[in-house]
Design a protein around this ligand. Structure first.
Ligand code: IMP
Ligand code: MG
Length: 170
């Protein structure tokens, strides 16, 4: 299998800087501290690079959920780990790698809302525009079509996560 580049490293880096500025500008009106909740494992690189460019105090939490096997969703969510700190009354920013059917994010948001954060926003690195996923995305890195992508954290059966670019399998 060969991997073709869809979004190269420079384009990723540049867009994440812009996104970090958008996010910083949004929150600065309200607060100087936010609580980032990264969705493992796919968002690791995006989480790290984005937050390094956000000019606010950022608390870190992670949830680990999965619904994919190979290149399709199983339609069922498995929670492997969950946040371990309170988010009550905090400005929470969920950081996701990619939104496809929206099943994963809908599930996470539904449960995070129960802890009564002051504000709950979502940033995703990639958004697939094929499904009407029905999730309100506050900040989006790149919109992509109906392709299965790997790299920059995203995997195909746990492979290709450490490619520094976003590619697709030919
Ligand atoms: P959703 O629940 O259908 O929105 O799918 C979201 C999750 O499925 C993401 O967090 C990824 O882990 C995985 N996923 C969806 N599309 C892709 C893809 O093209 N490549 C790799 N993983 C994907
Ligand atoms: Mg994911």
């Amino acid at each position: 299998m060969s991997i073709k580049i869809l979004i190269d490293e420079d384009t990723i880096r540049k867009r994440i800087k812009e996104l970090a500025k958008e996010i910083t500008d949004y929150y600065k009106q309200y607060t100087n501290t936010i609580h980032a909740v990264g969705v493992l494992k796919g968002s690791v690189h995006f989480f790290s690079e984005l937050i390094l460019n956000i000019d606010l105090n950022v608390k870190y939490s992670f949830v680990h959920v999965s619904s994919y096997q190979g290149s399709s969703s199983t339609g069922r969510i498995r929670v492997k780990s969950w946040i371990d700190e309170s988010i009550e009354d905090e400005y929470v920013l969920v950081i996701e790698d990619i939104v496809d059917t929206g099943l994963t994010l809908r599930y996470i948001l539904k449960y995070l809302r129960k802890y009564r954060p002051k504000d709950l926003k979502v940033v995703t690195f990639l958004e697939k525009t094929v499904c009407d996923h029905g999730v309100d995305l506050d900040f989006v890195g790149f919109k992509i079509g109906n392709v299965f992508v790997v790299g920059y954290g995203l995997d195909y059966n746990e492979k290709y996560r450490n490619l520094p670019y976003v590619g697709y399998i030919e």
